[in-house]
Design a protein around this ligand. Sequence first.
Ligand code: SAH
Length: 243
Amino acid sequence: MNEAKIPAHWPPHWPDITDVTVRAAIAAVPRHRFVPPEHRNQAYEDMPLPIGRGQTISQPYIVALMTQALRLTPASRVLEIGTGSGYQAAILAHITPHVWSIETLPDLAETARARLHGLGYEVEVQGGDGRLGWPAQAPFDGIIVTAAAPDVPPALAAQLAEGGRLIIPVGASLWDQSLWLIERVRGRLRRELLAEVRFVPLVATTSRDQPEDPALTDVRRELCELFAAHSGRRSDSFDERYL
Ligand code: SAH
């Protein structure tokens, strides 16, 4: 099955994916190597697929949209939360050699690490709770979260470099999630709505009883203010986007 090839027509025509480096990455990364054998014949259909443990490899269009929103260059330092199959990490690694990824399920982390390294992608994969980010490697020019959080984890916003971009699905349920861009501009955070999406949940694997790092108090407050105007209703979000 490994002789399967990337079809010549891949990726499909996505009118809003205009970044040629993103299209080139999607065209180059063998998605069939990241999906389980029973779904390999669907690897080049534009849909999410199950990867085991109740998790999914995202729809390629969403991978392209999120990657494009990061505006990466070969010098960018990027953190991914939710390694899953490793496919999104491989797309990032095709654009920049500085990629770190965190996965909470140890077996998925191990499989993805071996797969990425086997394919020659230099991604550092760590097991753990991605909501805490990767302080030792911060700050990052890009942070991409591939699971939906009820709120933006303050540690992730705090680990953004000046001009850094955080792409994150936010929503309490599967049916009400918005994909946000949070950008640090001249020290302040700003947000922009990108799309309505549907992701598996970002799970809390570290205890809520642990005291929060006092250094995060300010960024938590700033995030609260940033999202205070957003009631969570779809119409609000879209009005705001097109105002
Ligand atoms: N980016 C993946 C798809 C990820 S699905 C790919 O390209 O295949 C979302 C992943 O996030 C799942 O593997 C899930 O286990 C992981 N996840 C959920 N909560 C997490 C957390 N707190 N920290 C790190 N990973 C988490």
